[in-house]
Ligand binder design. Sequence first.
Ligand code: FNR
Length: 319
Amino acid sequence: MAARLSFANITALAPMVRVGTLPMRLLALDYGADVVYCEELIDIKMVQCHRVENEVLQTVDFVAPDDRVMFRTCEKEKQKVVFQMGTADPERALTVARLVEKDVAAIDVNMGCPKEYSTKGGMGAALLSDPDKVEAILRKLVSGVSVPVTCKIRILPSLEDTLSLARRIEKTGVAAIAVKQGSEKESRVGNCTGGSLDLVKTHGDIRAFKEATGASSVMLARAAMWNPSIFRSAGLLPLHDVMIQYLKYALRYDNHAFNSKYCLCQMLRDKVESVLGKRVQAAQTNLELSEAYGLEDLFKETQTQLEARRDALLSPGWR
Ligand code: FNR
């Protein structure tokens, strides 16, 4: 049996809606991230999904009734991927956690999202004003699944309230608490996120950030979204090379073209209006994205390989 994922002294790719899909997570791992969070997935949508072993892509897909793949993962990240959910309901949270637990390294509950779509349903940051529910959800998960359970909160208006919530959460048996913005000096489970804008611009800044906050571990969101090679101890790589590596994973794992385009546009940032940026923005398919980077041969090669695998799986003598 694999060792339980440890959250001590790690650097993680933070959960990011739309950004934290499979290609970005695999790339972050390649560059040195210890742990990668998926984008927040809402429990109500996840409970409707069924688990499919996709033998062509060699992935595990959680597929919605309308055939949309809500969550795609693969063996390569199994020991490192944290499934983040949005929930306000202990029972439903447990149902979802049990659905995915065999395929992920840990389960996280988002308690920090201030966006209306999250707080409206009592999820995300709204949970922070209902510590009884926070406790109920986390206790249910900790006792109900075999993988570590963590949560991500944001600091409350007062330090005292934040610490008392963190202590209450700690008692539920979670493996880590990620705290958006701020320090968590008193808690041995405290991790930290929230410095991409000014504090963490290079790999070297990660250690300084840890020392300044006293956090055990660091999560990076925007700095990683802009250039995931931030996780490389040897330093940032040129963005163009990083985008090409991203696209290779996107093609290999048949990532939805609109999602790949979104991630590439985030990486392009102020270059989104450049000649390349305009081609990426105009692309509607994976082929058009590949053409923007001069990778049409790679696109064709990947398609050929996937088709060959599909044909082999369909041929009668296969099993
Ligand atoms: C986020 N953040 C976020 N947090 C979370 O718990 N679940 C989520 O799905 C998302 N989605 C998301 C999308 C995007 C595009 C961004 C930029 C951020 C918050 C994120 O994980 C992190 O806490 C903050 O961005 C602060 O960290 P940085 O950006 O300063 O490193």
